[in-house]
Design a protein around this ligand. Structure first.
Ligand SMILES: C[C@H](O)[C@H](O)[C@H]1CNC2=NC(N)=NC(=O)C2=N1
Length: 113
């Protein structure tokens, strides 16, 4: 399991620097299941989690919601029957911060991955 799973988000400010290319390459190796995408000009991390029914997908969604509230850092979550799509990025800076990689790793840990 990634060392990121034991880390917490730092308070993120509007002037916080985006993760550099080197940081992204290094951090992405810790969360290999996640895709780095660009949406509306903003880089994000995306992963789709599969479940055997809606109730399990809903429970996972709620777990991620609680994690987000605890860390003060929130994802976009699409809940569907048997499927949850999670996207992490830092709204304040319009892109990726180390916090997003930490939360991706913590999301994997919640999935048991
Ligand atoms: C006021 C509140 O703490 C901020 O707006 C937080 C809330 N959660 C957040 N979540 C994410 N992903 N990015 C942010 O910039 C962010 N900012």
């Amino acid at each position: 399991m990634s060392s990121l799973t034991t880390q917490s988000c730092e308070a993120c400010r509007a002037d916080a620097p985006k993760a550099t290319e080197e940081e992204k390459q290094s951090l992405q190796r810790e969360v290999p299941e996640w895709q780095l995408i660009e949406l509306d000009g903003e880089e994000q991390l995306k992963r789709v989690f599969k479940f055997s029914n809606f109730a399990k997908a809903l429970a996972f969604t709620n777990t991620i919601g609680e994690l987000a509230e605890a860390e003060g850092h929130h994802p976009a979550i699409l809940l569907e029957w048997g499927k949850v799509t999670v996207r992490w990025w830092t709204h304040k800076i319009g892109g990726l911060h180390k916090n997003d990689f930490i939360m991706a790793a913590r999301t994997d840990a919640a999935f048991g991955g």
